[in-house]
Ligand binder design. Sequence first.
Ligand code: NAD
Ligand code: TYD
Length: 354
Amino acid sequence: MPTHHSNILITGGAGFIGSHVVRLFVHNFPESQIINLDKLTYAGNLANVADLEGKPNYLFVQADICDAQTLDALFERWKPTAVVHLAAESHVDRSIHEPNVFLQTNIIGTTQLMNVCLKHWGENLSNKLFYHISTDEVYGSLGPEGYFREETPYAPQSPYSASKAAADHLVRAFGNTYGLPFIISNCSNNYGPYQFPEKLIPLCINNLVHRRPLPVYGKGENIRDWLYVEDHAEAILTIFQHGRLGHTYLIGGRNEWRNIDLVRRLCQIYDTINPFGHRDSEKLITFVKDRPGHDLRYAIDPTKIEQELGWKPRTTMDDGLRRTIQWYLDNQKWLQGVVSCAYRDYYRQMYEER
Ligand code: NAD
Ligand code: TYD
């Protein structure tokens, strides 16, 4: 029997994955108050959760997870018994240019959050849960063979993945040292609606619409294992309800693509939809300077979550890409809203001065 939590705190719920998780939790737990805490960095956007405003079991709080005093006041007021922690700096390229903010939010922020949980939960740790959302990138880079499994040793290689690995280690250390009841899940690359157009798929869709070059790093031979974001949100819900305390679950779609093949497929599906009469989109593909220390391949063996919890992704890649392209086409206002001056500066720095 899953534990009932009256108040559930979700961090990073105005971001890409967090917004899907908050939506799912608000709908699935009508008897619980869902508190969405988010700093609203460049990646956080209240438009991502606009449909939830006014729902009786939903509340938004703008705060920084590094701010212990505000977290303390929030726990005092709302007494959450479960935390689903997604707030993070999440983009590898940014971490290469500016690592410090990744250490601050991903390591210090996660630690502050756990400190506050322990302070407020005290000795009474039964029926409590700290669920930490992490990435498969903590395991480093695979060669052409093999898969990440729950027992694979950590070998992070970018400032982003190193900061997430440090956070994962601290969560386990707090479990071991203070008895913090935790679960960790590490997921592969997500794509879908509301993803900020700095990541490969939404960046390419935005460039397709504006007929700008589609920048493929190096030779496009790097491989990622892709999962539609709603499938990830469902995996998180399943783990939240049925996962075992102290356990790690790897989440992936058995869906590996070389970047170049993925971008080609995206172009083909875009041309089939044929927005604005656009065609021959593959001509926009442009090979650009590689990312420093670019991990070659990520691939997940999701046997544990499949067998133990019965989770499987529902969305095929073609269907997911079609839905994603269509969502961005239908939500040009959202896209224009996030492609602000700051995004233009980012794009210039990352791509035009590369
Ligand atoms: P995102 O960048 O879209 O969203 C992150 C959210 O966290 C934003 O709303 C931002 O405002 C908020 N945030 C950042 N710093 C904060 C702070 N100091 N205090 C409070 N809020 C803060 O990220 P995402 O892609 O939705 O990823 C969510 C989580 O899932 C992250 O922990 C990430 O490491 C993990 N993850 C992401 C992927 C992926 O493919 N995107 C895959 C596996 C795991
Ligand atoms: P990204 O979406 O940044 O996710 P991650 O680095 O966390 O896997 O990138 C996915 C892959 O696409 C990665 O191998 C880097 C590559 N890539 C490009 O080729 N061009 C781009 O403009 C971006 C953003 C990524």
